[in-house]
Structure formats: C-alpha cells, structure tokens
Design a protein around this ligand. Structure first.
Ligand SMILES: C[S@@+](CC[C@H](N)C(=O)[O-])C[C@H]1O[C@@H](n2cnc3c(N)ncnc32)[C@H](O)[C@@H]1O
Length: 284
C-alpha cells in the first residue's frame, strides 16, 4: 500500500464487482450497485477490456473475487438474523456494504478501517455519490503494519457489543506480526459471540517455484502499487492457527466448497482459484 495514493487493488476489486453486477439478475454471483462509481472510469474500463485476458493468465481469480463478495454478503445477512450490534470493516477499501443492504437499512454502527490515503479517496467518492457521509459510518485510518486497532476505541467502538469484523482481500498484504496483532486485538476487544471473516492465501502459492500468473504479476508490480503479497497460511492449518489465537467455531471454506455454492446454473463453468480460501470464526 502506497502511503500517498488510494489503493490500486481496492479499485481493481471494485471494478471486478462492477462488471459482475452488470450481468442479468439471474446470472450474477454478487451485486454491488455502487462498485462502478467507486472504481472510477479508468479502472472500470481497464477491467472490462482485460477481463478475458486476465482470466486466461490467472484462471479463477475473478471467480474467487465475486464468490468472495457474495459469501461475505451472505455471512453478514445470516449474522444479522442472529443479532448484530456493530460492524467493523477492516481494510474496507471501496467496499460499499455500509451504503447498501442491511447495514444501510438498519443504519447499523459501522467502522471502516483503512490507510489514510485510501480512506480519503473513499470519503470523497461517498460524498460525491450520496451528498454526505452517512452518520452511522465512522472512518478510522491506520496502517495495520505499524499500528494496532486501539484507535477504534477512541473513535467510539464499543467493546461490550457483539461485533462482526469483515476483513476481505487484505490479510495477504500484511506482515505476520500485523495479522497476529489484528486477530489478538479482535479477540481481546470484542464481546462474546463476536465473529471475524476473512480470506487468506495458501503459503505454497507464495513459495512455489511455479507461481500463478497473478501472483507473479502482483509481486512484479508491487513497486508501483505498494501492495505486495507477503502472508500466507499453510493449507489445512487455519483451524489450529485460529484456535491458538483464542477463536472457536472455525469454518474454512475452500475453493471447491465456494464453487459448489455459487457456480451453479449459468455459472457452472466458472473457475474459482484454488490458492485462496475464506474462513470465519467466533470469539467465545
Ligand atoms: C484488495 S483491497 C480490498 C478492499 C476491500 N476490502 C474490498 O474487498 O473491496 C486491500 C485493502 O487493504 C488495505 N490495506 C492493505 N495494506 C494495508 C495496511 N498496511 N494498512 C491499512 N490498510 C491496508 C488497502 O488500502 C485496500 O483498501
């Protein structure tokens, strides 16, 4: 992440969500009505232009990203039905969940956490789209690699409430200490029954001699984007990893499972990259 610019991966991901959202209602896997405006025209048109090429060079990445968005949306929905008091979106980027669906309808207290430059860019877009920043959303800027989440408390976060932490598309950009510090903070500063959902990369994808196209490209261009893939978790080790950090009820959703959930009917032939997985866990 570059300190002085809005995250390029946040814009790229928003562009992919925008393209998926423009598919007919019965065919799209995820739906984000604001993604195109958030991504901006350059990223949107570049993503459109290179979508086919991208799929050839990095099969299943687009599939994983749209399925991930849907999985997080479904998890958020289920969690609401069980009762949610407060939501924290870690590395929020251009995530629009605070401005649509259940979070917007219920005006739930939402904290969006990201780097100062990305957050400034996001707030500008939110104001342009909605006229003002919604009163239920608090923007907290931190660098995960350099600070803990303590700033959340100073910004009105209530540790006594049952909280859902969404951490989508972020863990692999952080160093191991930052991932640890974030998980420890969540476990120590949230009420029983709180939960975290995040996606992660298998370590082998980073260390393998024959790296996938998108991993090689992300690393090659990390000097320009400031976003390098550095963190992974060994396949099969996530439950132990989270148990050791005090989390329970760990559910690990791998690519095959995610594909079986969403790549059905017209999406049956879509690939979902196998080097990523989604996990959720609870605070006891
Ligand atoms: C791939 S984007 C995902 C954005 C959003 N969660 C989504 O799914 O659309 C990664 C996000 O993590 C943020 N990020 C990466 N490293 C960070 C760090 N060290 N501190 C704070 N935010 C960071 C970036 O600014 C960016 O918004």
């Amino acid at each position: 992440m570059k300190k002085n610019q809005i995250s390029t991966t946040a814009m790229g991901i928003a562009a992919m969500r925008a393209i998926e959202s423009e598919r007919p209602a019965g065919q799209r896997i995820c739906y984000d009505p604001y993604a195109r405006r958030f991504a901006g025209p350059i990223f949107y048109y570049l993503a459109r232009l290179f979508s086919g090429y991208g799929e050839k060079r990095a099969p299943g990445v687009q599939g994983f990203i749209v399925c991930r968005c849907r999985y997080f949306d479904d998890y958020l929905q289920a969690w609401f039905e069980a009762g949610a008091d407060q939501v924290v979106i870690l590395g929020a980027g251009l995530d629009s969940r605070a401005y649509r669906g259940e979070l917007q309808r219920r005006a739930t207290r939402v904290f969006e956490v990201d780097s100062p430059a990305t957050q400034a860019g996001k707030m500008k877009r939110v104001k342009a789209l909605f006229g003002a920043l919604p009163p239920n959303v608090t923007y907290v800027s931190i660098d995960f690699n350099e600070e803990t989440l303590d700033k959340l408390r100073a910004c009105g976060y209530d540790p006594a409430l049952k909280t859902l932490f969404l951490w989508e598309g972020v863990s692999y950009y952080l160093n191991a200490e930052a991932v640890d510090a974030t998980l420890v903070w969540v476990r120590s500063n949230s009420a029983s029954g709180s939960a975290i959902i995040f996606d992660y990369l298998y370590t082998a994808a980073l260390t393998s001699q024959r790296q996938r196209g998108e991993i090689k490209r992300m690393q090659r261009y990390s000097g320009v984007t400031g976003e390098k893939l550095v963190f992974g978790i060994e396949r099969g080790k996530i439950e132990d990893f989270l148990n050791r950090r005090g989390f329970t009820h760990v559910v690990d959703a791998n690519a095959a499972w995610i594909k079986s959930l969403y790549c059905t009917g017209p999406n049956q032939g879509r690939a979902v990259a196998e080097v990523y997985a989604i996990v959720h866990a609870e605070v006891e």
